[in-house]
Design a protein around this ligand. Structure first.
Ligand SMILES: *Cc1c(COP(=O)(O)O)cnc(C)c1O
Length: 238
């Protein structure tokens, strides 16, 4: 497996992904540069992240604070930004602010308030996305849609946080076309929130994974989170 997913293979994959991103963007009249690729690196070793960075990757996503804490120091020579894309436990908030450049998974007022307080202690204003849970039956983390406006308003008020966008993990469908309505819904929420709350910037949309990122781009994704498509199969959890 070392050979199959060696540095050349990752470079080849990255190039191919970039082409697919561009094609999806152009299909709907978007500029390919509007879309950033994040390498979802949970369970993958630092060498693979390095290979992707050398091929042009600039964003890494990690699901666990401790895993990022272990890997990031080994890759500090690379121009990478690190995003937290996994659930944030209350007792990991301080560490998360140290290890990450942006937290994509703010899904409740309590964690937003805590992050803001801790960021202010360090004299910072920390960029975050609000994670939305679009399917109520899913066990996945995220704020239910009806709570998102209040949460966004709160994040906007908090002096230690800067709302930059929305993130979602939709339910899995074999056929990516079936995910389209979820992506569309997140875009409509973003449009509505950014308009009504006068939130700063264009408002990012972090949505789309290995099997459905092209549909996400057609629906407005500005950031796609790719794991297997870029790094290959995930090694089993230790
Ligand atoms: C693992 C993961 C991804 C990437 O999933 P793939 O299907 O491997 O592309 C994206 N987002 C989050 C939050 C993840 O945990």
């Amino acid at each position: 497996m070392g050979r199959v997913w060696g540095p050349e293979e990752i470079a080849r994959r990255f190039k191919e992904i970039r082409e697919r991103v561009a094609e999806a963007a152009l299909r709907v009249g978007r500029r390919p540069e509007e879309i950033r690729i994040l390498g979802a690196a949970k369970g993958q070793n630092p060498e693979k992240i390095r290979a992707a960075a050398e091929a042009g990757l600039r964003l890494v996503g990690e699901n666990y604070v401790q895993e990022a804490e272990r890997k990031r120091p080994l890759l500090e020579d690379l121009p990478l930004s690190w995003h937290l894309i996994g659930y944030l436990q209350r007792n990991k908030a301080r560490k998360a602010l140290k290890v990450f450049d942006l937290i994509e998974t703010v899904d409740r007022t309590e964690i937003a308030e805590r992050l803001s307080r801790l960021a202010l202690e360090e004299g910072r204003r920390f960029p975050v996305f609000i994670q939305v849970k679009l399917a109520p039956e899913e066990r996945k983390a995220g704020a239910p849609p009806e709570e998102v406006p209040a949460l966004a308003r709160r994040v906007l008020e908090l002096p230690g946080l800067e709302p930059r966008g929305l993130m979602t993990i939709p339910p899995y469908f074999e056929d990516p076309e079936e995910v389209r309505p979820y992506f569309r819904r997140l875009r409509e929420m973003r449009d509505h929130l950014w308009e009504t709350l006068k939130l700063p910037g264009p408002g990012e949309l972090s949505m789309g994974m290995s099997h459905d990122f092209e549909v996400a781009i057609e629906e407005g994704a500005t950031l796609v989170r790719l794991g297997r498509a870029l790094f290959g199969p995930r090694p089993p959890k230790a």
